[in-house]
Design a protein around this ligand. Structure first.
Ligand SMILES: Cc1cc2nc3c(=O)[nH]c(=O)nc-3n(C[C@H](O)[C@H](O)[C@H](O)COP(=O)(O)OP(=O)(O)OC[C@H]3O[C@@H](n4cnc5c(N)ncnc54)[C@H](O)[C@@H]3O)c2cc1C
Length: 387
């Protein structure tokens, strides 16, 4: 059982601790650690369950335009990740996939999509990456050309989570108002739009729906554009500012679960006339794991709190994402090592965690990209001060 004293940290309001307790109890009843033979069906079911449970309301901005509660999103992801990686994924993608609509959508767009997302009736996806534009997002080639009151979309997107099961995709495409990042716009593309197709499903080490998408003369009403023409990069980055911090929270959930599993195992595994946790080398590992988790949690909830204060969090979100994902990888690896041979048996909790954590160090900006962001913000502040 995880130590929950962090819920008393000053970053949280009383409602946050209550939310975590309620979700923890709900997740214990509704989502297990079972192997999902059909990942699409499992994901659809989890989205429905999360909708029925009322949890997806937290993934979108409120009906009256109330802002996104980043701390609530982070606590939900952390708690779900502790129980089941796919449940966390299902929640996160409803938020990331609809985040641009929550933050920048018109009233009509919000009404058309957000209530269905919150009820778990429409599955959302976020389509930014391309085969030649991953870390270097501004190199994207997918293009949208205006034709009267429509845009015509041509190109490819890849690594798109929920690709194949989503009902709509928020797609970023080059509209060419200005060169590079200033000539990109965001669009909502319904899955049944002619000219849109799933070109390939991609299998990864921790299975979840993932696909490469193709657009061929795909006509989208101009009313489906999110935000102003040419502002798509800003739309994408502001969405990522919320959800990048929540990736850190998911990593924390995986790490906390690994520490729980390690403690349970080390205190009962007999060897050399003692138990594993009697050895100082084990104790040193446990101390390192717990300290790493707290350090990552402090950075994560600092970023979430700061965003909820309406302040810029580009640097803080990058610090949180980098630290939490890298720390979680180390914590999970240490936990797996304590399990010995049992640690690498398929579908053991630590084996699942070992596979689940890996992609988090890559998506929504690899660790190296977070380092660049942090340094850029530091240098900008330093040179502004000098000027
Ligand atoms: C499981 C999974 C789910 C995903 N879901 C989505 C999704 O829903 N929507 C979406 O749009 N995208 C998604 N992505 C894509 C993801 O965001 C990209 O994979 C990521 O941005 C990296 O891009 P890339 O794979 O092209 O790697 P590359 O850009 O080729 O980078 C390769 C590696 O180079 C290193 N690197 C990058 N920049 C630098 C640098 N400046 N200096 C030194 N080293 C550097 C990093 O280690 C990086 O991992 C997903 C990816 C995965 C694996």
């Amino acid at each position: 059982m995880s130590d929950k004293t962090y819920l008393e940290w000053p970053f949280f309001d009383a409602r946050h601790a209550a939310l975590e307790r309620e979700l923890d109890a709900w997740a214990a009843r509704h989502v297990g650690q079972q192997h999902e033979a059909d990942v699409d069906a499992a994901c659809r079911q989890l989205v429905r369950q999360l909708g029925e449970g009322g949890w997806l309301h937290h993934a979108i901005a409120g009906a009256e335009g109330a802002g996104i509660d980043t701390r609530a999103i982070c606590l939900i992801r952390e708690t779900l990740a502790r129980h089941n990686g796919l449940a966390d994924f299902a929640f996160a993608m409803q938020g990331l996939g609809s985040g641009a609509i929550s933050l920048h959508g018109t009233a009509a767009q919000r009404d058309a999509y957000l209530p269905r997302v919150a009820r778990g009736e429409a599955i959302a996806a976020f389509a930014l990456s391309e085969p030649q534009a991953g870390s270097d997002v501004a190199a994207m080639q997918c293009a949208a050309v205006q034709d009267g009151d429509h845009y015509v979309l041509n190109g490819e997107k890849t690594w798109i989570s929920n690709g194949g099961i989503a009902d709509f995709y928020v797609v970023f495409a080059r509209t060419g108002e200005q060169p590079g990042a200033r000539g990109i716009s965001a669009f909502i593309v319904d899955a049944d739009t002619p000219g849109f197709e799933i070109a390939e499903r991609i299998q990864v080490i921790a299975p979840h729906p993932l696909a490469r998408l193709v657009f061929r003369d795909c006509r989208i009403p101009a009313t489906q554009r999110i935000g102003a023409a040419g502002q798509g990069f800003k739309v994408a980055m502001s969405t990522l500012d919320v959800f990048r911090t929540s990736v850190a929270a998911a990593a924390l959930g995986f790490a906390r679960r690994a520490l729980d599993e390690a403690l349970a195992h080390a205190t009962q595994r007999k060897m050399f006339g003692q138990v594993l946790s009697d050895f100082q080398m084990t104790q040193a590992k446990l101390a390192q794991m717990a300290t790493g988790i707290d350090a990552a949690a402090l950075l994560t909830y600092r970023a979430a709190w700061q965003r909820d204060q309406g302040r810029n969090v580009t640097k803080e979100a990058a610090m949180a994402k980098m630290t939490a994902t890298e720390t979680a990888q180390q914590v999970i690896d240490a936990a797996l090592q304590m399990f010995g041979g049992l640690g690498v048996v398929s579908e053991q909790p630590v084996e699942r965690l070992y596979r689940e954590i890996r992609a988090l160090r890559i998506y929504e900006g690899a660790t190296e990209v977070q380092q660049l962001i942090i340094a850029r913000e530091l240098l900008r502040a330093a040179t502004t001060k000098e000027a």
